[in-house]
Design a protein around this ligand. Structure first.
Ligand code: FES
Length: 144
């Protein structure tokens, strides 16, 4: 069996929604402590609905495919629906990832959450801080 599904290869070779949104309502940047890869996510939000999303990923093919799929999954959804998207759902939508590449999909889930958090912060919307990835680099994370 091939290491990567056709869907993974498709999203890696032809990633959807690559780029930036200059006037984004929320921008999130997350890094993977294990490999140093970085993902940046831009959200345009109108009336609580994600009307546009773009990403930049400086990372492996699985991270690129995961972020591409994640953007497709959250576009047109409410902010709450986007927050409910898990890396497991992204992996399932990709038809699976090799076990040693599952951590790459976590970056996609965290990038979405980080961008929503930025949107909440900019608009003074209260939220449960525990539900979001931490946004600072600390010793505990580097040891993951
Ligand atoms: Fe770094 Fe995949 S190896 S995100």
């Amino acid at each position: 069996m091939a290491l990567y599904t056709e869907t993974v290869m498709d999203h890696f070779m032809n990633p959807r929604n690559v780029g930036q949104i200059p006037d984004a309502d929320g921008v999130g940047e997350v890094g993977n402590a294990k490999c140093g890869d970085i993902m940046k996510m831009y959200l345009k939000i109108e009336n609580g609905v994600i009307t546009d999303v773009k990403f930049e990923t400086f990372g492996c093919g699985s991270a690129i495919a995961s972020s591409s799929m994640a953007t497709e999954m959250i576009k047109g959804k409410t902010v709450e629906e986007a927050l409910a998207v898990t890396n497991r759902q992204v992996v399932d939508a990709l038809g699976g990832l090799p076990a040693h590449k599952l951590h790459c999909s976590v970056l996609a889930e965290e990038a979405v959450k980080s961008a929503v958090k930025d949107y909440y912060d900019k608009n003074g919307i209260a939220y449960d801080k525990e539900a979001f990835p931490c946004d600072h680099d600390c010793e505990a994370c580097r040891m993951v």
